[in-house]
Write a protein that binds this ligand. Structure first.
Ligand code: NAD
Ligand code: UDP
Length: 323
């Protein structure tokens, strides 16, 4: 039987690809988004599909629908975007989770939360394993997102304990790929767009901080597998690619792959910027029978091709840069 599935944040970078994959599998999809960072252009190609429905709605307000499963992705993910309106970010994480959990409880739906490696903060344990409680500043510039997402995890846990809800939590590590917004401000899209235009590559700090980059397709595959785990499996489960690179290495790789003449320039490191990040994915490997299959170089090539085409077809859309 076809499932009817709600994807909040469904017009964003990850949500739009998730909608696409669910439709391909034969599910009906309701995409809910307030277009804060998402864009209609991400889901334009789905609008003619009778199995796809789009609703403009802010998840901080209650929503009444009938669905079998809910993927809760609504939330800006890029630091510059979630820091622009920190109060709204907390509300989206917390009120959004309360509203979606309330909906799941009422209609007895299964619900998955897109949590984040940011719940580990600036981690003192490396690589990060799910049992690590994290090292998060509650009153820094990242707190609206980090603590918002931590509270959302708590809410999922409470609804599971108290209401016996079928909840699932995945902790997503840095994910990149085609359909990232050119103004997203995250490191992969920034570096690629800078390199393709032979502009200076903006490294924050000395570039020695590390991240582990997961290609979008691998991530969505794992997320869908997590939704299909037995009802008593709630997570949290780390999803990411354990390959670890310094930000300087990433810049050099992007320059190499684009053949760019860009130079590296160094800006101050924003406060609370985590020094290192790498997922321990043993749990995902065992539980989901999954591991990422796209090496960084391969994923970067596809992402570069995407932005290269976008610069040629819609240069205005790529014009503005945040830093
Ligand atoms: P994105 O910014 O492209 O997508 C987020 C979507 O949520 C956008 O379409 C936005 O318009 C929508 N949204 C924001 N606030 C909303 C609200 N109040 N009501 C309804 N819609 C709202 O980001 P993304 O990279 O696609 O991230 C999707 C999810 O995955 C987020 O929850 C994010 O925290 C999580 N995540 C992503 C990454 C990553 O590296 N991409 C890492 C960790 C966690
Ligand atoms: N970063 C950078 N230059 C940029 C954008 C980001 O050096 O133009 C750094 C940022 O300071 C961080 C890392 O790259 O150390 C990853 O940043 P991003 O915003 O992509 O995600 P984060 O993991 O910090 O949430």
């Amino acid at each position: 039987m076809n499932r009817r599935i709600l994807v909040t944040g469904g017009s964003g970078f990850l949500g739009s690809y998730l909608c696409e994959k669910l439709l391909e599998r034969g599910d009906e999809v309701i995409c809910v988004d307030n277009f804060y960072t998402g864009s209609k252009r991400n889901i334009m190609h789905l609008l003619g599909n009778p199995a796809f429905e789009l609703i403009r709605h802010d998840v901080t307000f209650p929503l009444y629908l009938e669905v079998d499963e809910i993927y809760n992705l609504a939330c800006p993910a890029s630091p510059i975007h979630y820091q622009k309106d920190p109060v709204q970010t907390v509300k989206t994480c917390v009120h959004g989770a309360i509203n979606m959990l309330g909906l799941a409880k009422r209609i007895k739906a299964k619900i998955l939360q897109a949590s984040t490696s940011e719940v580990y903060g600036d981690p003192a344990v490396h690589p990060q394993v799910e049992s690590y409680w994290g090292n998060v500043n509650p009153i820094g510039i990242r707190s609206c997102y980090d603590e918002g997402k931590r509270c959302a995890e708590t809410l999922f846990h409470c609804y599971d304990m108290q209401c016996n809800l079928r909840t699932k939590i995945v902790r997503i590590f840095n994910t990149y790929g085609p359909r990232m917004h050119p103004n997203d401000g995250r490191v992969v899209s920034n570096f690629i767009l800078q390199a393709l235009q032979n502009q200076d590559i903006t490294i924050y700090g000395d570039g020695s901080q590390t991240r582990s980059f997961c290609y979008r397709d691998d991530l969505i595959d794992a997320m869908m597998r997590m939704m299909d785990t037995p009802d008593d499996e709630h997570g949290p489960v780390n999803i990411g690619n354990p390959g670890e690179f310094t930000i300087k290495q990433l810049a050099e790789e992007v320059i190499d792959l684009t053949g760019s003449s860009s130079k590296l320039i160094f800006h101050p490191l924003p406060s609370d910027d985590p020094k290192q990040r790498r997922p321990d994915i043993s749990k995902a490997q065992a539980l989901l029978n999954w591991q990422p299959s796209t090496p960084l170089r391969e994923g970067l090539k596809k992402t570069i091709a995407y932005f290269d085409a976008l610069l040629k077809t819609d240069p205005d859309f790529c014009r503005f840069f945040f830093r």
